[in-house]
Design a protein around this ligand. Structure first.
Ligand code: ZN
Ligand code: ZN
Ligand code: ZN
Length: 482
């Protein structure tokens, strides 16, 4: 037998690869989407220098015809990379708020205007670790979840709170929990009574001239097909302002006073609407790509509410209401008092929400009188870069809380070498620990205060399969068959 030796060059040059898979010039969006996706798959890669990030991206997309210079300018243009000449886009300075009327606070807290962050809540007495600081039974306006509306219309879940129904239809009917005008039902008398807008929005027979039920149906359908959940919420809220004679004016004034900014301006900070993007991640990105779509949305809103323009609603104020709802909401609802709590990545309060008893806020460390209450708007387990991106994109500010500043300092001291991402063996253990520490917060630090937090659930769906590896800290003995 003749053996032939052949030398194969596995390190094909970029040109060869380019020829193989016809080079393609990626769009700005494709580049940004893939960078953001890479950051999600490998959080430590968000700490890389631009050159190393470019190399990684080229490896993932070897058919892309993209030069480093263009890569830099795309990322800079879309706020994913800051240079000395061009800092990241923020919009916190455009956020406006006024004094909140009729805010019913308990004796433990008071509202104060802080220089840097506007309105904020401050402790009026010393608070113990774990103590209930305040609670809110109902949000400003309880908005049904848009995604549950189809089920609710068929009477399969509560029309207001969306809870799945455990009672029999017999029980529903004899307790009067069904609707006389359509197939909607409610889970309790309380929900039925609180669903003040149901009749006006859902029944064509409603005599109210301020709401057109047919127009509302079209608006609701538009919101559903464009995943514009908050535009839908703003509509439900507006209907409540119009129809609730007792509380409508107060609720309207309270909403008007909350911190607000146009959704159009927020959209400028968008990182990606694909998997991995952080823009409006908790509510679904309210991103209508061209402004004509927003005009359609507003026209449909005006059809549903024929008197909207005489109420002073313009397309601009409508978009500000959507932006305002986004920056103040938690789990798709606005809790009026809670919306005054500012952010810190090292929060001193935490919250719990339950559809049956509302929102409760607890001290997660001892708080002294005069100290401001802070909650974390983002998962505190996220690393520095991701936290700061989430906050900048969704609330328009660069977080400079004590924890962020500390982590920035230690990041600057120990910049990760590009190799640390791919070949961990080459890095001495001490360095590896510090680089991992920068990428992820120190668990023991977080646990020290008896902190509760959400653990990250890896979302493998729709993502390319990740590289999995097992690392042993010490040498291991293995038995092998001879
Ligand atoms: Zn209910
Ligand atoms: Zn009905
Ligand atoms: Zn921070």
């Amino acid at each position: 037998m003749i053996l032939k030796l052949e030398q194969l060059n596995l390190n094909d040059s970029q040109t060869a690869i380019r020829n193989l898979n016809r080079a393609k010039q990626p769009s700005d969006r494709e580049v940004c989407d893939d960078v953001v996706l890479l950051w999600r798959e490998e959080p430590a890669s968000e700490e890389l220098e631009i050159e190393q990030l470019f190399d990684k991206l080229k490896l993932r997309n070897c058919h892309w015809d993209l030069e480093l210079r263009d890569f830099c300018s795309i990322l800079t243009k879309h706020n994913l990379y800051a240079t000395e000449n061009r800092p990241m886009f923020t919009y916190a300075d455009k956020v406006r708020s006024t004094e909140t009327p009729d805010l019913n606070l308990n004796s433990k807290i008071e509202l104060r205007n802080t220089k840097q962050m506007g309105k904020g809540l401050v402790a009026k007495s010393d608070l113990k670790f774990g103590e209930l600081v305040f609670s809110e039974k109902w949000p400003l306006i309880l908005v049904p979840q848009l995604e549950k509306k189809t089920l609710a219309a068929k009477g399969r879940c509560c029309s207001l709170c969306g809870a799945s129904l455990t009672q029999s239809s017999h029980f529903t009917v004899i307790n009067g929990l069904d609707c006389s005008g359509c197939s909607s039902v409610w889970c309790s008398k309380h929900c039925k009574k609180a669903d003040i807008t149901h009749n006006f929005l859902n029944h064509q027979t409603s005599k109210n001239t301020q709401i057109d039920a047919k127009g509302w149906r079209e608006y609701e359908e538009f919101c559903r097909s464009n995943s514009a959940d908050i535009a839908y919420s703003v509509g439900v809220m507006f209907a409540r302002f119009l129809t609730d004679r007792q509380n409508g004016p107060r609720l309207k004034n309270q909403f008007a006073s909350l911190a607000g900014v146009s959704q159009l301006l927020r959209m400028k900070a968008l990182d990606s609407i694909n998997v991995g993007g952080t823009f409006d991640a908790s509510t679904g990105p309210e991103f209508l790509p061209d402004s004509s779509k927003w005009s359609t949305c507003f026209d449909l809103f005006c059809q549903a509410f024929p008197t909207a323009s005489s109420e002073g609603i313009t397309q601009e104020s409508f978009l500000t209401d959507i932006g305002k709802f986004h920056i103040n909401q938690v789990s798709g609802q606005i809790y009026t008092i809670f919306s005054h709590v500012n952010h810190s990545c090292e929060p001193n309060v935490r919250y719990e929400i339950d559809p049956h008893w509302g929102l409760k806020v607890y001290a997660r460390k001892p708080i002294t009188i005069g100290e401001e209450l802070f909650v974390s708007y983002v998962n505190p387990l996220h690393g520095l870069m991701l936290r700061r991106r989430e906050l900048r994109v969704n609330w328009g500010f660069i977080c400079n809380c004590p924890r962020c500043l500390k982590e920035v300092e230690s990041r600057n001291k120990t910049k990760i070498k590009p190799a640390s991402i791919t070949t961990e063996e080459e890095i001495e253990p001490s360095r590896r620990r510090s680089s991992l520490k920068t990428a992820r917060p120190d668990l023991s630090d977080l646990l020290k205060n008896g902190v509760e937090f959400d653990l990250e659930i890896p979302n493998e769906q729709g993502l390319p399969s990740r590289r999995k590896s097992v690392r042993f800290d010490k040498k291991v003995m293995v038995a092998v068959e001879e």
